[in-house]
Design a protein around this ligand. Structure first.
Ligand SMILES: C[S@@+](CC[C@H](N)C(=O)[O-])C[C@H]1O[C@@H](n2cnc3c(N)ncnc32)[C@H](O)[C@@H]1O
Length: 915
């Protein structure tokens, strides 16, 4: 940023020049309307030009910046030019003028983006600093010539000016953040080390916000937040000036004002004009370093020069909206609600547009602003619309932007119902302290029972919340853990939804964006049960295309709920499972836009076109599908074929013990090298490395130590090698110092024993990716933990060739896909416990001998080759022949095409969510 400050000679000459330009311009109605730039007189490092020319009476058009120097600095001085150029670029200006009293040069930006000299003025007969005051007439003459030329220049090129909203451009914010975050963060670090209270506050704030800023540390994130917060405070106060004379006081904050003086000025403005959330002191605000603070002051003076008090309200509203948008993109982190998602959420949730809407985790206010705009489009008066919207957040940082988002000049005078509160503590009737913007006096309003909640709930994992911070307490959500009806491992959003009935009127709607964790986790089961007590789950919506929060490793869902009177849901109550295949970026542009997408969802009917699929399931159907081991992620697919194949299914547990691959916890002991020469009766095959498995059969690649005899028995039988092997480990300790006999102890099992009953006949990868295979071990073997083992139950007679074939059919692959959960990394998460409970397979007993022989024959070709990635696999002729043979053998040929297309749909949906 800028290098040199200015000397007192320069200052007084600059003041003279500005005042002469203003006198000159006031007598003419030409392009240059006035000049500003008083900020440079305060010295220090300047970020903005010494003189700014403004182009319209409202000051909203910035035309050009000038750099002024004394005659001892040549107008071609490289530092001077670099500085002038940087300032022009910072404001997005297309020309600048450098003037050292003696001569001046106008530089204009070419189409290629270079600044080149285009007009030269002087030289006049002024060569020293002392000549400047003596030679006023001479430099005035030059000034008038420059102004006359520039007026012509601007009048011929009206597009050269930059409107105020564009001056506050993205790159200006970005530059502030890049240049000042390190010094501000260093200052916060130093304060953090010195003050225990500040340290604790930062830790609490960071625990709840770190997932939003994976690339930053706590103080960097806090410094960024504070820099933007200061910029916003200044911009907002200036935008208030046309409406509130008290806000004019913001002009008094210069580069020489201290932080506490500035806070006092803001305090007075808040007292008189409200907008507490915008102006209040933020965490770490007082630790702003001097360099950053001076530049923030400089920025405030730039705004003062722009005289926003004269700007027309619509332009101000546009400026504010642009600022909020830019600041949001810079601060809100990876879970800020994308606009299309906010609009869709509002349109599919809100029943009565006139109703009271609450966003209890409003963050930067994207959703409430969307709701506000929608209400206004529906001819609700801005003042009424503001009155119908309530919003809160646990943290003050985002509330600043939320307030700015809703502060439409058209509705100034109506108290904004935006406040700071933990959403878990919200209850209808709770008194909320607001400010009457007309009198500046505090008023207390009761939070009403609302008609609707719309929110993008925090994506905070249980682990984050549960971890005690330095003070030993939980992070402010302890009350959540006392609720008896939810698993303590539940994500925060489950607790939040559980608490919503306290603020809802009967029959109210809730539309929330949440992580899809509730569909695949153990706690999710309990959450769904709890949800069912209070709400009718009307819709669950997921993306069948790229993730909505693409930088974050989270797959999101929308849930639309309706509060139900009765705790008991009817078995016929329907839920729509909706997958949107159109990428979010295209929703707006597609014909019909977001409105049409929303209408289809509200009506539960997908019209022709490929934007979305809707499958409606009654509660009893969902229960039935769950009993077949299907996870909720599978319910987005067309499952009509299930009724046809159901008679041929049997739980896999009827044939198999299903569990993780065996892991005894000390590989050195259990996987001995061949040199150990252990007696063969104490070794069994093991499949240690499963990564490279490509064929449907697998061969063990090592030997495992498998001994169920006691040391005495081994001694008596003279099994010296086995005995010696065990003794070798008897006195060893594990990584945390526990003796191995103790660490490897298990009930009914010797510490050195791997039970042969845990060997596998078949295995499935715990996290299948592109290939969905059931592997058959050439010889029963132990398998590693990356596999789920299927071990034929003892005393069960099975035709393994047939079972293996059936489990690898398209229906078998469908059951694998539908039993898992895609977390967002593209792979499928399978869970051995769930498979043991509910995984279903085709029942081989339904086939007579000839049908079974046909199936095995058709399967033989698949055994010869490597399995392919699913789409290619399904396209292969031998696979199609095999699947057709299986379907024919059972008698469900008519369902086979649908089985394949459903399988492919679920697979693609999982894969699309990959980063
Ligand atoms: C995903 S963000 C919301 C994003 C917002 N719609 C936007 O576009 O900026 C979730 C918000 O929940 C807030 N939050 C976290 N825990 C909360 C709690 N217990 N009560 C209320 N708000 C909470 C966070 O501060 C964050 O602003």
């Amino acid at each position: 940023m800028a290098k040199a400050g200015i000397t007192s000679n320069e200052r007084s000459w600059t003041i003279d020049v500005i005042s002469e330009i203003n006198t000159y311009s006031s007598k003419r109605r030409r392009a240059i309307h006035r000049a500003g730039g008083e900020h440079t007189i305060s010295g220090g490092q300047a970020l903005f030009p010494d003189v700014l020319l403004f182009g319209d009476p409202e000051g909203a058009l910035v035309l050009q910046g000038w750099e002024l120097k004394m005659p001892d600095t040549p107008v071609g001085d490289p530092d001077l030019l670099a500085n002038a150029m940087a300032k022009a670029e910072r404001l997005g200006l297309k020309s600048f003028l450098v003037w050292n009293v003696r001569e001046a040069v106008l530089h204009c930006r070419t189409d290629e983006g270079h600044f080149l000299p285009s007009l030269q003025y002087g030289p006049i007969d002024i060569t020293t600093r002392q000549d400047v005051s003596r030679g006023k007439e001479q430099w005035l003459g030059l000034l008038y010539k420059i102004l006359a030329d520039l007026n012509d220049f601007f009048e011929k090129r009206p597009q050269v000016g930059i409107a105020l909203p564009d001056v506050l451009q993205d790159s200006l914010f970005a530059e502030f953040l890049t240049v000042f975050t390190p010094s501000y963060a260093a200052s916060l670090d130093s304060a953090r080390r010195k003050k225990s209270q500040f340290r604790a506050e930062v830790d609490i704030w960071w625990a709840a916000n770190r997932q939003d800023h994976p690339e930053l540390n706590a103080t960097q994130a806090l410094a960024r937040g504070n820099i933007l917060n200061w910029l916003n405070k200044f911009i907002f106060a200036h935008c208030l000036k046309p409406f509130r004379t008290e806000a004019l006081q913001i002009d008094s904050i210069t580069t020489e004002t201290t932080v506490s003086q500035a806070q006092r000025v803001l305090g007075v403005i808040t007292e008189k004009c409200d907008f507490m959330a915008v102006f209040q002191t933020m965490l770490g605000q007082e630790y702003v370093d001097p360099k950053t603070w001076r530049s923030l002051g400089d920025f405030n003076l730039l705004l003062a020069n722009a005289r926003l008090e004269a700007v027309a309200p619509p332009l101000l509203a546009r400026t504010l909206a642009a600022v909020v948008d830019r600041a949001r993109r810079k601060t809100a982190g990876q879970f800020a609600t994308p606009l299309p998602l906010a609009e869709l959420l509002a349109r599919i949730t809100v029943e009565d547009i006139n109703g009271i809407i609450l966003d209890p985790c409003c963050g930067t206010g994207t959703i409430i602003r969307t709701v506000y705009d929608w209400k206004c489009q529906e001819a609700i008066e801005p003042c009424d619309a503001v009155g119908q919207i309530w919003a809160s957040d646990k943290f003050t940082f985002p509330l600043q932007l939320a307030t700015m988002a809703l502060a439409n000049p058209a509705a100034i005078g109506v108290p904004l119902r935006i406040f700071c509160c933990d959403a878990l503590e919200l209850t209808a009737g709770r008194p909320i302290r607001l400010t009457d913007p007309n009198t500046g006096r505090p008023i207390t309003a009761k939070l009403p029972a609302v008609d609707c909640i719309v929110s993008n709930l925090p994506f905070v994992r249980f682990e984050t919340l549960g971890r005690p911070h330095a003070g030993g307490e939980k992070l402010g959500v302890n009350q959540a853990f006392e609720e008896p009806d939810l698993d303590s491992k539940s994500d925060l959003f489950a607790h939040l939804i559980n608490s919503f009935p306290k603020v809802l009127r009967a029959g109210a709607r809730v539309g929330v964006i949440v992580a899809n964790s509730w569909m695949g986790t153990q706690w999710g089961l309990q959450f769904r049960r709890q949800l069912d007590r209070n709400f009718h789950l009307r819709s669950v919506i997921a993306s069948a295309s790229v993730r909505w929060f693409s930088p974050a490793a989270v797959v999101a869902n929308i849930l639309v709920l309706e509060q139900r009177d009765s705790q008991k849901a009817s078995e016929e109550e329907e839920t729509n499972f909706i997958s949107i295949s159109e990428p979010m970026e295209q929703w707006e542009q597609s014909s019909g836009g977001i409105k049409e997408l929303a209408s289809q969802i509200v009506l539960g009917k997908a019209s022709s076109g490929n934007r979305l699929q809707i499958h409606s399931l009654a509660k009893r159907q969902t229960t039935e599908l769950e009993s077949l081991g299907l996870q909720w992620t599978a319910l987005f697919a067309d499952l009509g074929f299930i009724q046809i194949v159901k008679p041929f299914l049997i739980p896999a547990k009827a044939y198999f013990n299903i569990n993780h691959g065996e892991r005894r916890g000390w590989d050195d002991l259990f996987f001995p090298p061949s040199e150990a020469q252990i007696e063969p009766q104490f070794t069994r095959p093991v499949l240690k490395n499963s990564r490279q498995l490509r064929k449907l059969t697998a061969t063990a690649d090592a030997k495992a130590f498998c001994c169920s005899l006691s040391l005495d028995e081994l001694g008596k039988q003279g099994c010296r090698a086995a005995l010696k092997w065990i003794k070798r480990f008897e006195h060893q300790v594990n990584d945390v110092g526990r003796p191995l006999p103790d660490a490897l102890h298990r009930p009914n099992c010797r510490w050195y024993e791997m039970k042969p009953s845990t060997m596998a006949d078949l295995a499935i990868s715990l996290n299948p990716d592109s290939r969905l295979c059931v592997f058959r071990l050439a010889e029963r073997a132990f398998v590693n933990q990356r596999l789920i083992r299927f071990t034929v139950r003892s005393k069960t007679r099975v035709d393994m060739d047939l079972l293996h074939a059936l489990m690898n059919s398209s229906l078998g692959m469908f059951f694998i896909e539908a039993s898992g959960f895609g977390r967002g990394l593209g792979v499928l998460d399978l869970n051995a416990t769930k498979l043991a409970k509910g995984f279903h397979i085709l029942n081989p007993d339904n086939l007579d001998a000839p049908a079974a022989a046909n199936v095995k024959h058709a399967f033989a070709t698949l055994l010869q080759r490597e399995a392919d990635e699913l789409p290619q696999e399904l396209a292969r002729a031998d696979r199609q022949a095999f699947d057709a043979c299986v379907a024919k053998a059972f008698g469900f040929s008519e369902a086979e095409p649908q089985i394949r297309s459903t399988l492919e749909f679920l697979y693609k949906m999982r894969k699309a969510a990959r980063p």
